[in-house]
Design a binder for this molecule. Structure first.
Ligand SMILES: [Zn+2]
Length: 178
């Protein structure tokens, strides 16, 4: 919510029920006070016809509608299966949730991580608990891998190399690695 500085620990549905192009509904995360306020006002069936309400109330509504068999699964060049292709959406949600929790996890040592810190860690393939030694090693390995001198002068990895350098320069000054 605009202007609210409390941690968003509670999940609320989007104001308009909609799906991303490929993925589960886009949830919002609200603090306790705001999720209470939201729940008091929320009407899931707003704007729906009687038929749509009936449809939405069925168990697993929406999931089975688009389910279709995998076509030519595993063939090179075949696009990955869409969210709607999964016949076991709850496990898919669980997997997404675990991934989300993993990504949002703080450091075991309690040092803060900003969004930029997290992006930089990801760029270097590092876990949130990485220490200075792991940072240095990941940087050295990736800088070597992408360096033109290691690739016969091929400069095609230049962008990747710049990202690795930027991520390292950012993290070495970040509080988590001070
Ligand atoms: Zn709030």
């Amino acid at each position: 919510m605009d202007g609210c500085t409390n941690a968003g620990e509670f999940r609320a549905p989007p104001e308009e029920v909609r799906r991303a192009a490929d993925g589960p509904p886009q949830w919002r995360w609200l603090c306790l006070d705001h999720v209470r306020e939201f729940n008091a006002k929320y009407n899931f069936f707003k704007g729906m016809s009687a038929e749509e309400i009936n449809e939405a109330q069925r168990p697993m509504a929406g999931w089975e509608r688009e389910t279709r068999a995998f076509s030519a699964a595993g063939t090179t060049g075949t696009p990955p299966p869409r969210w709607a292709d999964f016949s076991d959406p709850l496990d898919a949600i669980g997997a997404r949730f675990r991934q989300r929790m993993q990504e949002a996890r703080g450091r075991a040592d309690g040092r803060p991580l900003s969004g930029d810190d997290r992006r930089a860690l990801k760029a270097l393939g590092l876990d949130v608990d990485a220490d200075r030694k792991a940072l240095r090693e990941a940087y050295t390995a990736l800088a070597r891998r992408y360096h033109p001198d290691q690739n016969g002068g091929d400069r095609s990895h230049e962008k990747a190399l710049q990202e690795v350098i930027a991520a390292y320069q950012h993290l070495r000054k970040a509080p988590a690695f001070a």
